[in-house]
Design a protein around this ligand. Structure first.
Ligand code: SAM
Length: 335
């Protein structure tokens, strides 16, 4: 049985991936500060967790997964960064390292860190490199790759950096991940969505649609009309940028993705969605901000499934015990 620790656990995408794969596992703890996320998690997995902060926390899992807060690395945020001393929300990733350090001689075999690609940008990369160096000091060999959910069957252009650290000198081989053809978004959309709360009628949004307002691009950041896939699902759909909008057939009318569609596009099933909807019922005629936010903050389950499958096969690369800086100033493993 695999023991897993979910830090910054949200709605537990790693656990969902293990359930879907039928891997015998035990979540030895789940740490999440947001009460709404905790209630959603409890509804999904029939648990009784309470909200708690990741700070100053200790246990012994085989796999530790931390999708630490990304706002301050994100290109759409204020770019406050994740320096340890600055105590931004994104600097909480250093708590994970402190937790591992406090474990003493015993350490998780694998540590998986997911974050936004903004962390690789010139002004943020020092934090990313420091993370790799600090993991190396703790005895891990780390490799990373930007993975797009579209490569794993999901019609959502969602690029995230996955860093996988393995205790010892072997490196995770990203080429071993099982890629799958992208499914068409039509498989994920609800039929005949006509409810008024999803319709886009406000000029501030309509004017950002280029086929509605031909001069949109000159003035605004535009909203994309969804074709065969959507863009990254964020916390809110009634904002620009969002995951894209749907043009209704035979009508000059556009709509937002529904909450259920967003959950499907993150790899969660309708049963999962219904369990959380039951906790947070939608008010008639309103969009459900909690359900959108929980989906937008999560990790695409299908990507995690591919990672866990590859970890199970343990086809790692034997690695010399040192790392070098690559052309872009990023730390790269020296194959
Ligand atoms: C990017 S989300 C990760 C979501 C998660 N991986 C999932 O599958 O849904 C980051 C999460 O960290 C949580 N968080 C922020 N500060 C925290 C803290 N001090 N302790 C624990 N969780 C925290 C947020 O509430 C948010 O749910």
């Amino acid at each position: 049985m695999i023991k897993i620790l979910e830090l910054f656990g949200g709605i537990g995408a790693p656990r969902k991936a293990l359930v879907n794969l039928g891997i015998d596992h035990k979540v030895i703890d789940y740490v999440e500060i947001n009460e709404k996320a905790v209630r959603a998690y409890n509804a999904l997995y029939d648990n009784r967790h309470q909200a708690q902060s990741v700070e100053g926390w200790n246990l012994k899992p085989d796999i530790l997964v931390h999708g630490s807060p990304c706002q301050d690395f994100s290109r759409s945020g204020k770019r406050l960064g994740g320096n340890d001393e600055d105590k931004t929300r994104s600097s909480l990733m250093w708590e994970t390292l402190r937790i591992i350090k406090n474990m003493g001689d015993w350490k998780p075999r694998y540590v998986i860190w997911e974050n936004v690609t903004g962390v690789l940008d010139k002004d943020m990369i020092h934090s990313f490199n420091k993370y790799l160096i600090r993991m190396n000091e703790l005895g891990y060999t780390s490799s990373y790759e930007v993975l797009n959910a579209t490569e794993f069957g999901i019609p959502q252009k969602r690029e995230r950096v996955f860093t996988i650290s393995i205790l010892g000198s072997k490196a995770f081989d990203f080429s071993k991940l099982e890629r799958r053809p992208m499914r068409h978004i039509d498989e994920f959309l609800e039929p005949d969505v006509n409810d008024p709360q999803y319709m886009i009628n406000v000029p501030s949004m309509l004017n950002r649609i280029e086929e509605f307002n031909p001069s949109a691009r000159k003035k605004y950041r535009t909203l994309g009309v969804i074709g065969d896939s959507c863009w990254t699902i964020t916390e809110r759909q009634d904002r620009c940028p969002n995951a894209g909008i749907i043009r209704l057939p035979d009508k000059p009318q556009y709509r937002y993705l529904t909450e259920r569609e967003c959950w499907r596009l993150m790899g969660f099933s309708d049963d999962d969605f219904n369990a959380v909807l039951n906790e947070y019922p939608t008010k008639p005629g309103k969009r459900n901000a909690t359900l959108y936010r929980l989906a937008g903050n999560s990790i695409v389950v299908d990507v995690l499934e591919a990672i866990f499958k590859a970890l199970q096969q343990e086809e790692f690369i034997e690695q010399p015990p040192y790392m070098v800086f690559g052309d872009k100033g990023q730390l790269q493993l020296n194959y």
